[in-house]
Write a protein that binds this ligand. Structure first.
Ligand code: NAD
Length: 479
């Protein structure tokens, strides 16, 4: 067990269960050493979580929006007070540098604060009276018990993106956070508990993901599922939810194109895009993934990117000198090896990196690749790691078509100082988020969602809250 890492457990009906017949080791990806043991929920635990969430829902939906907001705000304060401890937990279990982990905690706090306020602004509408004296109005009602399934790349922020709006809306939640990174979810749930969240409003479970999701979604008491992860798993969740017609929000993968025209400060653009590309070792769904560089700046941009990749300081996230930590788990190393094999087979040139680094820990070198064609797999499938394929373009319409030429549609980036060019590209890109001359993260008050196979529904903003409401229409005879 490692110092600074919380004791793990399942929270079922207000009681922490720390032992179970089955479970798994949680590893520090920088050392591959075990830092804790995670108990798995049994089928009985999962049934108990559903029953508890049903009772919790009755209590929580009857709690005034102002009281719900106070608890969420208090939880945010506690998380802010515990910022350093949560950040260390994130780094120990996920690998990212401590500075990035601290910023992640800040965004968690911002998310709970923002949805606390939004809880009190959930309003319906009153419509004009009809001829027969009928007055229609609508009431937003919490949709019911929510199953929240979160991944390991942002182990604190991903649970916050689902818990905060669901709780603000008055739903109860069964959270299954990623088994690789359970400590951050435990810390968030503890803060909610300490802030006075009633028993059963949040249950936290871990287990074999497919067993947990199929068992919980088999219950018609559960009315909503919100999942963040890969496209194939998202499709499986949608299939499971279809049996009971549970509402779905799916935040799935991306393969974000970066289009750089020849009228920009390329040194600055390379600096910004490299920083975002190698942030969290590339394990960000909106990470810049495919670079399309205008032919007039291509050679210089490639040189800049290689220089920036060379400057990356790979290491343990707890070391202050580290700028890029390890990949989050062993599967990512296998995935990077596959991308490199596909690249080599396609005749690509590996200008920097391309290999695992160090004998211990899941470290992957920052990698720059050129010479891939549009239909080569690394240009078509999400990379989710620190590998940057760079390609050349000459014509605006051609590059828009190439940028749109995958099954994903999550984020896209365009760099140009010509307003007409940038506007034209923005209008035509098939992406849920387009950034112009900047790479921006997700904000608490702004919706984010995918197009095409990147999923449906929204997180963030008012739209993110609406995902957890169903609207009741009431027609009243007034005269
Ligand atoms: P994966 O697809 O097996 O798992 C992704 C996440 O889904 C994990 O947290 C896992 O616990 C969960 N999961 C898997 N099967 C599930 C099931 N049947 N029911 C419920 N949850 C389930 O892949 P992985 O190796 O963990 O991650 C690799 C891929 O996942 C990446 O290539 C990327 O596409 C995707 N991913 C996306 C995001 C994102 O922010 N959109 C985050 C993490 C991973």
């Amino acid at each position: 067990m490692q110092n600074g890492y919380p004791t793990l457990g399942l929270l079922i009906d207000g009681a922490w269960k720390k032992e179970s017949g089955s479970g798994e080791a949680v590893l520090n990806p920088a050392t591959e050493r075990e830092i804790a043991w995670l108990p798995h929920a049994t089928e009985t635990d999962l049934e108990a979580a559903i029953d508890s969430a049903e009772r919790g829902f009755r209590v929580w939906r009857a709690t005034s929006a102002a009281d719900r907001a106070n608890i969420l705000r208090q939880a945010a304060r506690l998380m802010a007070d515990r910022r350093e401890a949560i950040a260390i937990t994130i780094t120990l279990e996920q690998g990212k540098p401590l500075g990035e982990a601290r910023l992640e905690v800040d965004r968690v706090v911002e998310t709970f604060d923002w949805y606390a306020a939004e809880a009190t602004r959930a309003q319906g509408r009153i419509y004009p009276i009809r001829g027969a004296g009928i007055r229609p109005r609508t009431i937003p009602e919490p949709v019911g018990i929510v199953l929240a399934l979160t991944p390991w790349n942002f182990p604190a922020f991903m649970p916050a993106r689902k818990l905060a709006p669901a709780l603000a809306a008055g739903c109860s939640v069964i959270l299954k956070a990623a088994e690789e990174t359970p400590g951050s979810a435990v810390a968030i749930v503890r803060a909610l508990e300490d802030a006075g969240l009633p028993r059963g409003v949040v249950n936290l479970v871990f287990g074999v993901p497919a067993v947990v999701s199929s068992t919980i979604l088999a219950s018609p008491k559960v009315r909503k599922v919100s999942f963040t992860g890969s496209v194939p798993v998202g499709a499986e969740i949608a299939r499971l939810a279809s049996a009971n017609l549970q509402k779905c929000t799916l935040e799935l993968g991306g393969h974000s194109p970066v289009i750089v025209f020849d009228d920009v400060d390329l040194v600055e653009v390379a600096k910004q895009t490299a920083a975002f590309k190698f942030r969290n070792a590339g394990q960000v769904c909106i990470a810049p993934n495919r670079f399309y560089l205008h032919e007039r700046i291509y050679d210089r941009f490639v040189e800049e990117m290689c220089g920036l990749a060379r400057k990356v300081k790979l290491g343990d996230g707890t070391d202050t000198a580290t700028t890029m930590g390890p990949m989050a788990n062993a599967r990512r190393i296998g995935a990077m090896e596959k991308v490199m094999q596909q690249s080599r087979e396609a005749g690509a040139e590996i200008l920097h990196g391309g290999e695992r680094a160090a004998n211990r820990g899941y470290f992957w070198q920052p990698t720059v690749v050129t010479g891939l064609k549009d239909d080569d797999t690394p240009m078509q499938e999400e990379i989710f790691g620190p590998i940057a394929p760079l390609a050349k373009f000459s014509d605006t319409d051609e590059v828009i078509a190439r940028a749109n030429g995958t099954r994903y549609g999550l984020a896209a980036y365009v760099f140009s100082n010509a307003t007409a060019t940038a506007s034209r590209v923005v209008e035509q890109l098939e992406a849920g988020t387009v950034c112009v001359n900047v790479l921006a993260p997700a904000f608490a008050d702004v919706p984010m969602g995918g197009k095409k196979e990147s999923g449906y529904g929204y997180e963030g903003g008012r739209e993110g809250l609406d995902e957890f409401f169903s609207v009741k229409t009431v027609n009243t005879q007034t005269v």
